[in-house]
Design a protein around this ligand. Sequence first.
Ligand SMILES: [Zn+2]
Length: 181
Amino acid sequence: MAYVKEVQSVIDAGVSEEIAIALYDLITAEFEYIAEHPETEQFRSRIASIRKHELAFFRSIIDGACAKYPLPVELNWRKVIFKPKRVTRCEVCMNYFYDVSRNGRSLTCSKQCARNYRNYTRTGGTAIDPRYSRQVQEIPVDFSPDSDDEFGHAMLDEVEEAEQQRLYQQDMELMRRLYSF
Ligand SMILES: [Zn+2]
């Protein structure tokens, strides 16, 4: 597979393709954690705006991701160039991922999602309805309920908990990919 320049240069620095891809997904996940429930375009522009107005913070996200798990070579923001426009959303699981492909047209985030996507399209069906695979965003939640709105607060707690859980699982998945357990 042909990778975009910045990903290829990380691979050239001495990490495997899997780790390079996992690293970019980890950075994407860290930005997603900061950006809070965005849609794709909003998410890209939020990251771009952090890069423009909070460069030190932007770099610290990349450095943090590079330091999170032991890598075979030392990497940091100088080496790992992160381009907001490459962030896209998986057609199957709706998770955000960094499109590492040179043609920039990846539809799915992982081999497993790619396999599911092929199965759906081959059988003439459609990819999993995003409404079901990413319920968190579809619940009409008031993100700033009034202080006496108990139901609103309970809903918000529930959504935040589900989101934490999802991010945690995403993190575990990345760790699994890095260490292949
Ligand atoms: Zn996916």
